[in-house]
Design a protein around this ligand. Sequence first.
Ligand code: FE
Length: 199
Amino acid sequence: MADQHHHRHGEPESEMTLRVRAIEQLLAEKGLVDPTAIDRLVELYETRVGPHNGARVVARAWSDPAYKARLLENGTEAIAELGISGLQGENMVVVENTQAIHNVVVCTLCSCYPWPVLGLPPVWYKSPPYRSRVVREPRAVLAEFGMAVPAEQEVRVWDSSAEIRYMVLPQRPAEGEGLDEEALAALVTRDGMIGTAPV
Ligand code: FE
């Protein structure tokens, strides 16, 4: 597999990776799994599944207060309403940015990330410096992303794990006023849904 997301926290990643590889090889040898099918699955997440899915969720939440309430109440179910679900998105929690609170997501132990809404994680998300520093000095890290968080705005850091995957609901920007959902979705970026960009 292209990535190492099949471990649970607390278990050595290398051992799990070896197991996955061994099982994959065994299944292929027994003719139970076509290795090209695995390649296609990886390709699916690298190309067709991506942040445009999450952007649809955000645009709907910005347009429909009842949907937004459902999204914050039960992320997994509300996201599934839009036909988005699957691997690494089985337990989604959506956290809302407000004037008072800015949220940012990390996986401190590895690279847990909500695939169905954001696709595969960017390289920096998996990098040890991001994972350790965003917890210790989130404002400094966000500043390096070009985001100055006002002192009066609280920064909350959410640690994704094998059990829970977080996604940020950014604040709707002023230029979103009067736009339809499709146009709103075009304003939303991947980093906005991780919390390292305003939108
Ligand atoms: Fe992880």
